[in-house]
Design a protein around this ligand. Structure first.
Ligand code: ADP
Length: 570
């Protein structure tokens, strides 16, 4: 049944019963009223007339004229108020007996009148009694009907009171619960209402909606799964190793290449953090060491008896959630780019440079020696032009020798063929040796070199010659980039467990964007007069790092530069 019909029936029936009860009540009240009126007009008046006639009869011997008039007056009224069975005969008898009495008054005749009056009174009192019984029955009937209808009304109201709120509230509660389930993506939720048609159709609509949502969810889920599969395949087919970590460093993705180079199996990693895996895996340990500050140095991994080189890249992953402005950090991706082919080419080139520079060194030295011999007076006098030519050949030879020397140094460092003789060295001695080498060069520009040594007599762990070479290179650069009559400062200071050598000039300075690049091979600051090789700083970096030291620069354009390196204190 429809809820609306139910409500209409219940409330309508209640309304009808209340109306019926009011009608029955008023009908019975009217009936009772008319019964009472009947008693009053029909019987009470007759009793009153009879009583007055008795009183008139009592006074007839003393005041006969008034009493007779009164008697006749009430007798006439009585004649008009005949309501009971036998009352008419009794009234006619009374009339006759009174007439007789008036003709011949006698006590026996008065007695007859009194008897007639008594009869009339008795008839009316019985009438009153009968009518009162009828009124009682009417009242009882009224009570019965009103109580019966009242009970039915009460029952209906009671049923409505307990049933209706339940009928409406229960489906609403169930629906609210189910809507919440749907909101929580539980699309299996269905509702089934018993009873009203409206709620049944509401349940049907809800179930259809849930079904459609479920269909949509499963179709978008399968689409997402497809997307995921595609991305996984893509990542798996990459030649670079990819390891995905969430914000708690749990490994949630690793491709085949990464498994191969880490020598791990998928089952060993699933559900583990990178740190747990790192306990038994050297490469993972190495990767995690640099996770917050990735180093540019390639990682060497030996696979199938062949050296492979990987460049490590750490990519933080931040996502923007729909509706949110700020990004949220959700983890990192470790990318190991395979740079072995480039490294192999680099080695080939380095070897080539090493061979060439080595091979060139002997002929160039021979040329230089030949030039010196030619300059000797013993072989004859040279004119000024020839002398100049010889000088320029000598300078060029010296330049060539320097370049081949640098190239050889670099290739030796890179191929690992360099042999360091680490010893306990005095910083002061090293600085003095280097200064001696550049004194002539500095004099040409009238540049003064100031030195400031350590107060104590600390020593460093270093290769004397290589370190002098580095200081020498710094000083040559400083002289090259300083202006006429300027000053170069060398300061040696102690920092914790290191001794730092600072070479400061007040020359052209270097833009900050080149600070990292100037230590790369063959790099020269663009726009400068290019008369070097761009190798000096690269070799210096290699020398210092091989001695467990650090190298760096602080510089401001047009204000000067401070090149420094640190070596471990003894
Ligand atoms: P080069 O043989 O060209 O001097 P380096 O490796 O020694 O090679 O230096 C690399 C570059 O760094 C140079 O081209 C130069 O521009 C810059 N540089 C080095 N030292 C200084 C310095 N003291 N002041 C300004 N620029 C410098």
């Amino acid at each position: 049944m429809k809820l609306k019909t139910k409500l209409t029936l219940g409330v309508g029936l209640l309304f009808l019963l209340i109306v019926l009860m009011s009608v029955i009540g008023s009908v019975y009240i009217n009936k009772l009223k008319s019964d009472t009126e009947k008693i009053l007009t029909a019987n009470y008046n007759s009793l009153e007339f009879s009583k007055n006639m008795l009183l008139a009869l009592d006074k007839i011997s003393t005041d006969s004229v008034v009493a007779v008039a009164d008697f006749q007056k009430y007798n006439r009224l009585q004649e008009k108020n005949l309501t009971e069975f036998g009352e008419k005969e009794a009234t006619q008898n009374l009339n006759q007996h009174f007439k007789n009495y008036l003709q011949h008054p006698a006590p026996e005749k008065e007695k007859l009148i009194r008897e007639d009056l008594a009869r009339i009174m008795s008839l009316n009192m019985k009438g009153i009694e009968r009518k009162s019984d009828i009124a009682i029955i009417t009242a009882e009937n009224a009570t019965f009907w009103i109580v019966s209808l009242g009970t039915v009304c009460f029952l209906i109201a009671f049923i409505l009171l307990f049933n209706l709120p339940q009928t409406i509230a229960e489906p609403i509660n169930q629906l609210t619960f189910s809507i919440r389930q749907i909101a929580a993506k539980n699309y299996n939720e269905r509702v089934h209402f018993k009873g009203s048609e409206e709620f049944n159709s509401l349940a049907d609509s809800f179930n259809t909606m849930a079904e459609k949502l479920q269909e949509y969810e499963s179709s978008s889920l399968s689409r997402q799964l497809m997307e995921k599969k595609r991305i996984e395949t893509l990542v798996n087919n990459m030649h670079d190793a990819v390891i995905g970590l969430d914000e708690n460093h749990f490994i949630y993705m690793i491709n085949d290449e990464a498994l191969k180079i880490t020598n791990l199996r998928k089952e060993e990693i699933i559900g583990k953090t990178a740190h747990e895996v790192a306990v038994n895996n050297d490469l993972m340990r190495e990767l995690l060491k640099n996770i917050d500050h990735p180093v540019k140095e390639p990682i060497k991994i030996v696979r199938d008896n062949k050296e492979n080189y990987f460049e490590q890249d750490i990519i933080p992953i931040n996502i923007v959630k729909t509706g949110e402005k700020e990004t949220r950090y959700i983890g990192k991706v470790i990318l190991l780019r395979n740079i072995t082919p480039f490294k192999e080419l680099d080695f080939a080139k380095t070897n080539f440079i090493a061979t060439i520079s080595h091979e060139l060194k002997t002929p160039i030295s021979a040329i230089k020696m030949g030039v010196q011999l030619l300059g000797n007076q013993k072989f004859g006098e040279l004119n000024d032009q020839q002398k100049e030519l010889l000088k320029s050949i000598n300078d060029d030879g010296q330049r060539l020798l320097n370049i081949t020397g640098e190239l050889l140094n670099l290739s030796q460092v890179e191929t690992g063929n360099i042999r360091l003789t680490i010893d306990k060295c005095s910083p002061k001695e090293m600085v003095q040796a280097a200064v001696k080498n550049v004194e002539k060069l500095a004099e040409q520009k009238n540049i003064s070199i100031h030195t400031e040594y350590l107060s104590g007599d600390d020593f460093v762990h270093a290769d004397f010659d290589k370190t002098v070479w580095v200081i020498n290179n710094f000083l040559t650069n400083a002289v090259k980039h300083s202006f006429q009559d300027e000053k170069i400062e060398i300061r040696v200071e102690k920092l914790d467990t290191m001794i730092q050598f600072n070479i400061t000039d007040t020359g052209s300075g270097i833009d900050e964007k080149y600070h990292r690049q100037i230590f790369d091979r063959y790099f020269q600051v663009p726009g400068e007069q290019q008369n070097g090789t761009g190798l000096g700083l690269a070799i210096s970096k290699n020398f210092i790092e091989k001695q467990n030291g650090e190298i760096g620069v602080e510089s401001t354009p047009n204000q000067g530069s401070t090149f420094y390196f640190r070596l471990p204190v003894v």
